[in-house]
Ligand binder design. Sequence first.
Ligand code: P6P
Length: 334
Amino acid sequence: MPQVTVTEQLLIHQKESPMATGRVTRLLNELILAAKIISREVNKAGLANVLGFTGETNVQGEKVKKLDEFANSVLIYRMERSGLLCAISSEENADLIQVPDNLRHGDYILIFDPLDGSSNIDVNVSIGTIFSIFRRTKNNGPVSLEEVLHKGSEQVAAGYFLYGTSTMMVYTTGNGVHGFTLDPSVGEFLLSHPDMKIPETGKVYSINEGNHDYWDQPTRDIVSWFKSQDNHRKKPYTGRYIGSMVSDFHRNLIYGGVFMYPKDSKDSKLNSGKLRLMCEANPMAFVIEQAGGLATDGEKRILDIEPHELHQRVPLFIGSKNDVLKIMEIYGNN
Ligand code: P6P
C-alpha cells in the first residue's frame, strides 16, 4: 500500500475545493508536530516524572495532571506560532487566548481539549487530543467571544489524536473522515484508514452505568433497550466503557456503536452533562456525521446548537445512525 501522508491526502482534497488556500493543510501539519511531541511524553510517562498531579485545578474544577499541563502548553506554544491563528480556546483555560501581537496572525480559531481522558494517564489507558477549527468572519483586531461561539456546523476542520497502542490521527475537512497511524521509524502519520464509515447499526453501547440512579427516565429506557433482546440486533449490545471518550469514540467508529454521556442529577454544576460542546461534542459530531453517523443532545443535532458560553456543557449521544435515531425516538416520546 503506498505510504500516503496527511499532507498528500489534504492536497488531494484541496485540489477539489477551489476555496482551499492550503492554510488548513498547514494548520493541521502544525497540530501534527504538537501531537508528536505530546505522543513522545505520553509514551514515556511511566519513566519521566510527568505522572501525578501539579497541585492546581483547571477551569472545570478538575485536578490538573502534569501531562495535561504539558500537552496544553505544547499546543498553545506551537499553534500561537503557526501564523495561521487569531485566537485559541483550550479546555484547560477559562478565557479565550488571543495570539500575542508580536506573532503573525491568521484567520483561523483553534479550539481543543489537550488531553481528553486524563484520569486514565496514570493507569496506562489510551488518551487523546481533540481539536476543532473555525474560520474567522471578521478580518482584524482582537477576537471577540461572539466570533468564537459558532455553531458546530460552521467548523472547517475537526478531529482527534489518539495516544494508544499506536498514535493515530483522525480528521475531517468536510470531505470524509481519514485515519492515519504514526510510523515512529519515519516520524510521519501514514494513511491507514481511508474514508472511514461507521456501521449504520452498532453492536456496542458505551455509558457509565454507575450514574444510573442519577439519570432521567428516557436515559434509563434507552440503556434498557440496548441491554434487551428487542433492539435492532435482537440480542443485547455489548457494554464497553473505557472512561476516555476519544478511545470509546474511536472503537465505536470502527466497530459500530454509540457513546452516551447524558445529563444527570449527580452534580448540580453538571446538569447539562459533563462533556463540553465547543472542544469535545462539536468536533466529534463533525467527524461522526462525515463518517455516516449522528450526534445529538437527545433532542437536537449537536452541530445545530447555538453556543452561549465557551465551556458550555451538553448531553451527548453519538455514533451509529440507526442507534442514535432510536435514542432520539425514545427522547421524543417523553
Ligand atoms: P466519567 C474524561 O475526563 C472525560 O471527559 C471523557 O473522556 C470520558 O468519556 C468522561 O470524561 C468519563 O467521565 O464521569 O464516566 O468518569
